[in-house]
Design a binder for this molecule. Structure first.
Ligand SMILES: [Zn+2]
Ligand SMILES: [Zn+2]
Length: 244
């Protein structure tokens, strides 16, 4: 079974009062680490030490600036012994350790009793984190200089694909191939805009994917109208979706 719990479902502007998009998969794999990561894990009742791996799609603040607070929690309040794996674009270790050190001087080098293991996304190659194999896909978002990745992985005999932030592109369909669940950027609820998908494009994606792929929309500015549409779910802050 796949179980996705959303820590947030909004875009960078927290439009409509939605918090920054992020979800926890099967209680231990975290996708994105927004600024509200720590309070929202606690609000969902997830013990912070349960997180085994964090997948970061790209280095926009709504996707990674919550990590220093999680690392601070591990240092002072919730000890952990097992390694914490952090997957992200090339340069992920330097970026995350740098931000942690800037946020709380000494945090990066403090001995907190566990190791952080970093893994750079390498599109087109089968990679493994915490015994879980996954593939990264280079998505189209905010220009060539900002590497942005989608991730696809198999867990509990199901396939989950997550786009991160992206425009409509061929890679999106490569990423979504064979997915039981696709978590999809739907930033624009009305007209098309730059760097992200719009609801009109989501409809196009829905048409091209088989009905066996459930789509969950996230990173939204407003509630899209999915009435009468099969296989499209809308994420909400603190909502949980289960796929048996
Ligand atoms: Zn974003
Ligand atoms: Zn972004």
């Amino acid at each position: 079974m796949l179980e996705l719990s959303f820590l947030g479902s909004g875009n960078a502007f927290t439009a409509g009062g939605r918090y920054w998009s992020s979800f926890l998969l099967n209680g231990c794999y975290l996708f994105e680490a927004p600024p509200t990561l720590l309070p929202h894990l606690k609000r969902l009742g997830v013990p912070p030490a349960d997180i085994r791996a964090v997948f970061i799609s790209h280095f926009h603040g709504d996707h990674f600036l919550g990590l220093p607070f999680l690392l601070l929690e591990y240092l002072h309040l919730t000890p952990r012994r097992e390694d914490l794996c952090i997957v992200g674009p090339p340069g992920v270790e330097k970026m995350i350790e740098g931000v942690a050190e800037a946020a709380f001087p000494g945090l990066s080098h403090a001995d907190a009793g566990y190791r952080r293991r970093y893994l750079e996304a390498d599109a087109g190659r089968e990679q493994t984190v915490d015994g879980l194999s996954f593939q990264a896909f280079r998505m189209k978002h905010a220009g060539e200089n900002l590497a942005s990745f989608g991730y696809r992985l198999r867990l509990a005999e199901k396939v989950l694909a997550y786009t991160g932030d992206t425009e409509l592109c061929d890679e999106l369909f490569a990423l979504a191939a064979g997915a039981d669940v696709l978590v999809l950027d739907c930033n624009y609820s009305q007209d098309k805009g730059p760097e992200h998908l719009s609801f009109a494009e989501v409809l196009e994606v829905r048409k091209r994917l088989p009905p066996s792929t459930a789509i969950i929309l996230t990173h939204m500015e407003a509630e899209p109208d999915v009435s009468g549409l099969e296989g499209v779910l809308v994420a909400r802050d603190f909502a949980t979706f289960r796929f048996p």
